[in-house]
Design a protein around this ligand. Structure first.
Ligand code: UFG
Length: 347
């Protein structure tokens, strides 16, 4: 009886994972497979590496399914969906994410980030795929008026073109949910994902000089970089450095599995937004000190000027993701920094 109410897609375990070879994508592919789903990676590896696929294969004991196509290529995406047949849902990670580059090349960000989502939404509708998880960011809050920031805070304060593409994509998903009553969507706003899989087989693979704090710290400890530059210590915070909510990437990956399960237990229409963070804020210097302590290594640093556009302080109100989704983090900052260091040592 129940079966007759379900669409063919709902019987499938296949989940399309765009950007599935990336940092968060690869960890999510692993957690999906562990939970019994069949992840199908869509990634042309423009911002990731073969090594991520090898790592996933080593963890799971079998090579993941991958289509090496550009998510913006509607024809290739259509062929892929035809070939895959019935699909349960999609998780859309594929996007450019360098804040600085988005300022110098905004058109690239608008085209790739918003364009690829528009292509995907059109095809999900065409193929009757109803469940979507979208990869958003706490960047939509800009500098929040109060902390911890909850999901009702205004999302119009994004400071970079990258941030604005996340605001625009969230809006696009909401509009699509209104237009397509069978569509269910969960928008996940990530805080600062760090760490690596405890197996050290997958992790973050920054290209060139890392933009983000933890990969820079790890490379400095390893001697790849001479010194960390702390971007300003004259902010109005506990020690003058900026505060972020650093979340272990495996916790984050597991939230995607939970979001899919949660959606499958519910009827359309549905379009919900959740913060994914730990709820705790840590300063740049706290991260450096914790890294040194848990790993028994030195991280030489100097204090430099403030970084343009930096938010001073942001951390998540996690009540909604716990009370509604039933998800919360299980790993500490120390766990994440230990895993980040183990991964760095294997590079
Ligand atoms: N920082 C340093 N030195 C460095 C690198 C970073 O002091 O070498 C500082 C930054 O100035 C900031 C903090 O460390 O105060 C965290 O910086 P990250 O670059 O690691 O992270 P952000 O919070 O700036 O940005 C991240 C993602 C963005 C996303 C944003 C909000 O990189 O893609 O979170 O979601 F938009």
């Amino acid at each position: 009886m129940v079966k007759r109410l379900l669409s063919p897609g709902a019987m499938s375990k296949k989940v399309i994972v765009t950007g599935g070879a990336g940092f968060i994508g690869s960890h999510t592919v692993v957690e999906l497979a562990v939970a019994g789903y069949e992840p199908v990676i869509i990634d042309d590896l423009r911002n990731s590496e073969e090594r991520a696929l090898e790592g996933i294969a080593a963890i799971l004991g079998q090579a993941p399914t991958i289509h090496r196509i550009d998510c913006n290529d509607a024809e290739a995406m259509r062929r892929m969906l035809k070939q895959e047949g019935a699909v349960l849902g999609a998780i859309h990670f594929a996007a450019d994410k360098a804040v600085g580059e988005s300022v110098t090349d905004p058109a690239k960000y608008y085209r790739n980030n918003i364009g690829s989502l528009a292509v995907l939404l059109g095809l999900l509708r065409e193929h009757g795929v109803h469940d979507l998880v979208f990869s958003s960011s706490c960047t939509v809050y800009g500098e929040p008026a109060s902390l911890p920031v909850d999901e009702t805070a205004p999302d119009a304060n994004a400071t970079s073109p990258y941030g604005f593409t996340k605001v625009a994509c969230e809006r696009l998903v909401r509009d699509q949910c209104t237009a397509v009553p069978s569509l269910k969507a969960v928008l996940l706003r990530y805080f600062n994902p760090i760490g690596a899989h405890p197996s050290s087989l997958i992790g973050e693979l920054p290209r060139g000089v890392p933009n983000n704090l933890v990969p820079y710290v790890a490379q400095t400890a390893a001697g790849v970089r001479e010194k960390l530059r702390v971007n300003g210590d004259d902010y109005d915070t506990v020690d003058g450095t900026c505060i972020r909510d650093y979340i272990h990437v495996v916790d984050l990956a597991q939230a995607h599995v939970r979001a899919l399960q949660w959606m499958s237990e519910r009827q359309a229409p549905l379009c919900e937004v959740f913060n994914l963070g730990t709820g705790a804020g840590n300063s740049v210097l706290e991260v450096v000190r914790t890294f040194e302590q848990v790993n028994g290594v030195k991280v030489p640093f100097e204090v430099g000027p403030r970084r343009a556009g930096d938010v001073v302080s942001v951390y998540a109100d996690t009540r909604r993701s716990w009370e509604v989704l039933g998800w919360r983090t299980q790993r500490s900052l120390a766990d994440a920094l230990r895993d980040a260091w183990r991964w760095q040592q294997g590079l």
